[in-house]
Write a protein that binds this ligand. Structure first.
Ligand code: SAM
Length: 346
């Protein structure tokens, strides 16, 4: 997700805006605008950086009591973020109100070189487990509220279908990996009944605390919550099924993890994974906006290459695959084969 410019460009933008402030104080207003124009050209591909440059421009307009510039910058503050996120910004434009906010201009060679080097920067990395933990600990109090719009658009239906795909029986033991605030837990608890057991696993104590409150509010007393990294989590013996909703795609080692889960389940034991996926049928600019909306949950462009449903296909049999939102959310479920694929029977 193009939110903040790579460090060297961000630093250059900071230097230019600091120099502009200094020049305004020294009465060199035109020189200040030149610095800000360069900072603007460098910032355009990144929403946050772009917004900050227009904020600095508004500041200069205000200091110089330039009403046209103040009005122009207020408008540009509104269009900067959508422009960067969708990639529809006028490249090379100085960002001042004396030029159209929509007219591209040839990018000066020195600035074009800086931008070309930025494209060579490595892509954003996926989060380390400690980063996931602290992000979700912070998110825990607002997670249900923030994520509720996903439910309105059908992701909830797919998560419920994932639970149905587990084909649970009373008395079963089921594990929910990346259980979060425990959305799946009441349904799982009801499906396995009092004689069964539900185990919710998550890295984040803050999310687990919310899950604990949820299960006690609905009176499910057959649920156990465990703080653990699902990448290294071994299924308790006797586990009949595993589900993971909107969590497996945060795991770079998903293939290894799903292979191990399929080995640890008894033959025919079900595994169901659902979550967000790179929507191949969406226009790129819509993907970027969607990616921006998922950013509070730690999902960046780096996650676009993670494809847990392929691991279900590779390590399970009797596979079911469904999509919603024109391919932006998926459900993949299958049964443990009970024998490693490729092993010969003597
Ligand atoms: C987007 S939330 C989904 C929560 C819940 N399953 C739901 O559908 O609402 C992702 C959850 O996965 C957890 N998570 C991410 N990586 C994890 C890991 N390696 N081990 C355990 N939990 C993890 C996060 O802490 C977070 O609670």
């Amino acid at each position: 997700m193009r939110w903040r410019a790579p460090q060297p460009i961000d630093q250059r933008i900071d230097e230019l805006t600091a120099d502009a402030r200094h020049r305004v104080r020294a009465g060199e207003v035109e020189a200040a605008w030149e610095r800000l124009g360069d900072a603007h050209v460098l910032s355009q591909p990144w929403a946050r950086s772009h917004l900050r440059v227009h904020g600095s421009m508004l500041g200069v307009g205000w200091r110089t009591r330039d009403a046209g510039e103040i009005a122009g910058q207020l408008f540009r503050l509104l269009v900067a973020v959508p422009g960067s996120l969708t990639g529809r910004y006028p490249a090379g434009n100085s960002g001042r109100s004396d030029v159209s906010a929509f007219a591209p201009v040839p990018v000066r060679e020195d600035l074009a070189d800086v931008l070309a080097n930025a494209d060579a920067e490595p892509a954003a990395e996926v989060l380390e487990p400690s980063e996931v933990r602290s992000l979700y600990d912070r998110l825990a109090p607002v997670y249900d509220l923030l994520s509720s719009p996903y439910g309105w658009f059908g992701s909830k239906g797919l998560a419920e279908q994932a639970i149905e795909e587990l084909r649970l029986q009373p008395g079963d033991t089921v594990v929910d990996l990346g259980t979060g605030t425990g959305r799946n837990l009441p349904k799982l608890a009801a499906a396995v009944g009092q004689a069964g057991t539900v185990v919710g696993v998550d890295l984040s104590p803050g999310m687990l605390e919310r899950a604990r409150r949820r299960v006690s509010a609905v009176g499910s007393n057959n649920v156990e919550l465990i703080e653990a990294d699902m990448a290294a989590f071994d299924l308790p013996s006797g586990t009949d099924a595993v589900v993971s909703s909107y969590a497996m795609e945060m795991l770079p080692d998903y293939d290894e993890v799903i292979a191990r889960l399929a080995e640890q389940l008894p033959p025919g034991g079900r595994i169901a994974v659902n979550g967000l996926r790179d929507p191949e049928r969406w226009p790129e600019w819509v993907v970027r906006v969607g990616s921006a909306l998922s950013r509070p949950f730690g999902v960046s462009e780096a996650y676009r290459s993670l494809r847990p449903w392929e691991a279900i296909d590779a390590h399970a049999i009797d596979v079911v695959y469904e999509e919603a939102w024109a391919g932006a959310v998926y459900l993949a479920a299958g049964s443990a084969p009970g024998q490693r694929s490729g092993e010969d029977v003597e």
